[in-house]
Design a protein around this ligand. Sequence first.
Ligand SMILES: O=P(O)(O)OC[C@H]1O[C@H](OP(=O)(O)OP(=O)(O)O)[C@H](O)[C@@H]1O
Ligand SMILES: Nc1ncnc2[nH]cnc12
Length: 188
Amino acid sequence: MTTTTAENDLEKLKIELASSIREFPDFPQKGILFKDIMPIFQKPQLVTNMCVAIAAHAVAEIPVPVDAVAGLEARGFLFGPQIAAILNVPFIPIRKQGKLPGKTVRATYVKEYGEDVVEVQSDALKPGAKVMIVDDLLATGGTMKAAIEVIQKAGGDVAEAFCIIELTALKGRDVLLDTVPVFTLLSF
Ligand SMILES: O=P(O)(O)OC[C@H]1O[C@H](OP(=O)(O)OP(=O)(O)O)[C@H](O)[C@@H]1O
Ligand SMILES: Nc1ncnc2[nH]cnc12
């Protein structure tokens, strides 16, 4: 099998990303092996390369043109705006309850540790806008499922749920697959 330059570059990027993720056992509570993505953001060139690769993936592999990138608070805010800027589309924040002014739509969810509510401003999207949702990590899928729900409630159409990391044992993908396409860069 032959590989293209782009595929080789993506494999190199994934290796560098994987080696930049730190693990913390029993954080934020006992039994959770926490994957810390913050060291990636110590390396500006790696962040740029990652965002360019994610945007290139969106253009090449999402079957419709993406009209907006929606990022989940907090870690989706670290790289979602760069991807949106590269794609030249708006960035839509999906925030925890009570943080966004004006009229909002919301969804409640249970995650790997605890319960939460996410919101989007009701007028954030044009009706039928094709939205790529981005977050750092897919664990149980509860957060992403709620994100999909609020984007749909705000009138958007989710073109893809994207995460840098997928914790496969927690089967978050199974919770989402019937609803939207799911794409992740690294599986653990
Ligand atoms: O697939 P799930 O089981 O729902 O878990 C994934 C979510 O958990 C983490 O966020 P967290 O809830 O810790 O929030 P924060 O870092 O934004 O405070 C992570 O950034 C994802 O958003
Ligand atoms: N194990 C984990 N590491 C980092 N973030 C998470 N969010 C949910 N589970 C997580």
